[in-house]
Write a protein that binds this ligand. Sequence first.
Ligand SMILES: Cc1cc2nc3c(=O)[nH]c(=O)nc-3n(C[C@H](O)[C@H](O)[C@H](O)COP(=O)(O)O)c2cc1C
Length: 357
Amino acid sequence: MNQFGRRLSFSTFGESHGKAIGCVVDGVPAGLSIDETFIQSQLNRRKPGKSEFETARKEDDKVEILSGILDGVSTGTPIAMIIYNTNHKSKDYSNIKDIFRPGHADFTYYKKYGIRDYRGGGRSSARETAARVAAGAIAKLMLQELNIQILSGISEIHGIKATDFDYEYAKTSIICALDKKVEEQQKEVILKAKNNHDSVGGVARVVIKGVPVGLGEPIYYKTDALLADAMMGINAAKAVEIGDGFASSQSLGSQNNDEITSKGFASNHAGGILGGITNGDDIIINTYFKPTPSIFQPQHTINIDNTDVDFSLKGRHDPCVAVRGSIVCESMAALVIADMLLLNMGRQISGIKQYYM
Ligand SMILES: Cc1cc2nc3c(=O)[nH]c(=O)nc-3n(C[C@H](O)[C@H](O)[C@H](O)COP(=O)(O)O)c2cc1C
């Protein structure tokens, strides 16, 4: 189950401390200009070790395209990309080889498979999300041709909330903060947790602009359902909201309905989706990330023999995974919308005729 999407699908491979990670993106229409520097720029946004707010593991995340492109243009065949791991320190993990880190996937992977790649969390590590960002960059190139824009940023860290959502500012912020007013406070709570050998959670917000009306495949492949699937599949994501999300359950119908005018919707509580189908308004997604499970305080757990143990972790970890997680959310959203666009082609007989006649 390492594949995602239907018409535009991708699968990823690799482990945190293995030789490489990568992806195969299938279903990319032929003739799409593939700008390798753009793909690399997206990976650079996610790559670790850029600041004190991230894990100190330094990876260049240099992407190499192996197939599917000729003279800078997609050929309609699978696009394979590889990123070599260069900075893994597996010995940092030798003391947790046989014990389960609380909050991480060690316990469940071991119980399910009977074997666990303990080096950096193996396949359960968010290192894998670099491959999703590479795949997402291909989807973004496709969306750019259609003037669909995807932006993201951090709306909340440890309860400190943005009230303004400035996506251009987020591009310049080292923690991808959407609101300059609270950025310093957000930075402080991350560093405070880090200095206490602890971690904090946060919320990543994604907006998708310029989406045409009609994307989404009721009943079981609705746009909101697939976006939630995509976001919840990201490591440490614990909840997803579309539009007003949780708040809409406390609202009145008269407040929550987006009235329709001849010029468009008067408000956007729905977050751009009705009945699982895009309504042409901005799609808004908030993804809630838990605090990083790997913390450096002494903790209690069990080992593979079910013996109680106290342990202290070594290694390098993000103090707040939401920060780099926001770029992964943006990439997954691009992949969902690109898939929906391709699925929607030929939805009406007039569209099919236009293509063939
Ligand atoms: C971008 C990103 C970076 C992450 N970095 C770390 C990390 O450095 N250390 C860690 O323990 N977990 C990290 N995680 C979270 C774990 O991968 C995740 O909590 C773990 O796989 C268990 O899965 P679950 O939290 O979804 O249940 C990161 C997540 C993301 C999205």
